[in-house]
Structure formats: C-alpha cells, structure tokens
Design a protein around this ligand. Sequence first.
Ligand SMILES: CC(C)(COP(=O)(O)OP(=O)(O)OC[C@H]1O[C@@H](n2cnc3c(N)ncnc32)[C@H](O)[C@@H]1OP(=O)(O)O)[C@@H](O)C(=O)NCCC(=O)NCCS
Length: 169
Amino acid sequence: MLLRDVEPGDVDAYVRMRCDPAMMGDLGGPLPREGMEAKVQRDVQGAAAGTDWIKMIVPDKAEPTAVAGTVTLWSHDNDAERISEIGWMVLPEFQGRGLGKQGVRTLLDLARDDGRWGLIHAFPATTNAPSNGICRSLGFRSLGEQDVTFAGRVLRTNHWTIDPRMDLR
Ligand SMILES: CC(C)(COP(=O)(O)OP(=O)(O)OC[C@H]1O[C@@H](n2cnc3c(N)ncnc32)[C@H](O)[C@@H]1OP(=O)(O)O)[C@@H](O)C(=O)NCCC(=O)NCCS
C-alpha cells in the first residue's frame, strides 16, 4: 500500500465513493454526480499547494492509477477554533483488508513528522463500526458523541482526537 496525491484522473474513484448510496450511507446519502470534476480539480489544487493533504490509497505501487480509497487531512474553522480533521473512505471491493487502517496510519505518521497539524480530530458516524474501529485501534481518544454538519446534512458522530506525536499506536 502507498499513498499518493489526488490527480485529475481520479474523477471515477470520486464518483464511486461520493455518489454511491452505500458508500455515503453514514454521511447523509450520495452527493450529486455533477460537480465531481470541479471537486477533484479543487482537491488537486489544494494538494499541490500543500494546504490540504488529499491522498489516494494505492494497494499496488506497480499500478498507481488503481485506487482503493482516500485519506484526507485538512484544517478548517469549527465554531471559533481552527482544527485539523482527518477523514477516509475505502471502495467496497477493497474493504475489510486493513487498507483503511494502514492508509490512516500512514498519513498520521506523515503528520507526526511534519509537525504542523497539532491535535487531529475525526468524526465518524456513530453507526460506522469499521471507522470507529480504526480510531480506537490507532490510539485516538474518544470525546463522546457530537452532531456535525456535512454537505448540508446533520450527522450523529463520535468525536475522536489524536496527537500523532504522542498517541499514535
Ligand atoms: C469505513 C471504512 C473506511 C473502513 O475501511 P476498511 O479498509 O474496510 O477497514 P479496515 O480493513 O482497515 O478495518 C478497520 C478496523 O475495523 C474493523 N472492521 C472492519 N470491518 C468491520 C465491520 N464490518 N464491523 C466491525 N468492525 C469492522 C477491522 O477489524 C479493523 O479493526 P482492528 O484493527 O481492530 O482489527 C470503509 O468500510 C468505508 O469506506 N466505508 C464506506 C464509507 C465510509 O463509511 N467512510 C468513512 C466515513 S467516517
């Protein structure tokens, strides 16, 4: 497994992840197909600028265009506070093989070495057993349940945080 920056050719993977009812079941339902090219373009620019880390999970380095999923780390305003947040998705045919956990672990290793991200937050839906399992097993601390607005929808989530310099297992 390796992580590489998002590229313009990743539109199909974005559509399969973000416009699919099963993939988006815990995230409020599928997003509209139109707008995915623009979303990839924004993400490519954000990744190139280094402001956001938007990585594709590649199971086999010999085939870098074959993507299993994505792991993203970005900063945003949350109420009055600026926070770092990590999120992830793995396509159905690649789920249950440890790729999600390995991808998150790899990005947290990079964040620890980079040093700029501070405390990192994650907000998986309370109903998403594998995502909460990833947080628990990598050393995130649970801060309890929280409602979070994502793409205009209110989701019930578990709020987890990790300091990758101290907590990463
Ligand atoms: C959630 C998701 C990212 C997990 O990725 P994955 O590669 O399948 O997960 P892994 O194989 O790395 O497993 C992660 C952990 O969850 C556990 N797990 C995996 N599938 C599980 C399931 N169906 N129920 C309970 N636990 C499960 C694994 O045992 C592992 O825990 P461990 O290290 O303690 O053994 C993936 O299923 C997914 O993208 N789902 C749809 C979209 C989504 O929900 N995105 C996340 C929004 S926060």
